[in-house]
Design a protein around this ligand. Structure first.
Ligand code: IMP
Ligand code: MG
Length: 176
């Protein structure tokens, strides 16, 4: 079990909010007053989705889906489990997937393929708070991300270790 006192701070709450605000402003320029569907990938993206959405000025709809991919507490299994992927009709809509982190990329690829297979969205983009590019196993990239990170196991601000620490307001890491 990791203790909170073992965590080293990587991004504090201020760093996080500053980058999210910049991304929000950028998205306002990209979409103008066009309606936008935000797809929050639970559970990890909950904090990011909530904070990002507060900056958005266009008409926004929020959808929540639940995927899981972690085989063990520290390593992505590469197999994506769609726990709940019910979505409304996204044909002709602007769709923005909101993720906490892209690691191997399997989850992102699964979701982009799923939406493309089932709908003809007007636009489909992917935004992630964190991008662990060094761990990528499939060819996929975020259209927008706030921070690139190294191969560290991160917790806090939605990211968990064994279900814990999602509520911590900063992003921290433990050496593995
Ligand atoms: P991927 O399919 O390997 O890209 O993994 C994506 C999912 O794994 C993310 O949405 C996270 O929920 C989880 N994940 C990846 N890296 C970390 C981490 O460092 N800490 C906690 N969760 C992580
Ligand atoms: Mg996630």
């Amino acid at each position: 079990m990791i203790k909170e006192s073992d965590l080293k701070v990587l991004f504090n709450s201020e760093n996080i909010q500053e980058e999210i605000s910049k991304l929000g402003k950028h998205l306002n320029e990209v979409y103008g007053d066009e309606e936008l569907y935000l797809i929050c990938v639970l559970k990890g993206s909950v904090m990011f989705m909530v904070d990002l959405s507060k900056h958005l000025k266009m008409p926004v709809k929020m959808e929540f889906i639940r995927l899981s991919s972690y085989g063990s507490a520290f390593a992505s299994s590469g197999k994506v489990n769609a726990v709940d992927i019910s979505l409304p009709d996204l044909n002709g809509k602007n769709v923005l997937i909101v993720e906490d982190i892209i690691d191997t990329g399997h989850t992102a690829k699964f979701l982009v393929d799923f939406i493309n297979l089932n709908f003809r969205a007007k636009t489909l983009k992917f935004c992630s708070l964190l991008d662990k590019k060094v761990k990528r196993e499939v060819d996929i990239d975020a259209d927008y991300y706030c921070f690139e990170v190294d191969n560290k196991f991160l917790v806090g601000y939605g990211l968990d270790y064994d279900g814990y620490y999602r509520n911590i307001p900063y992003i921290g890491y433990v050496e593995v």
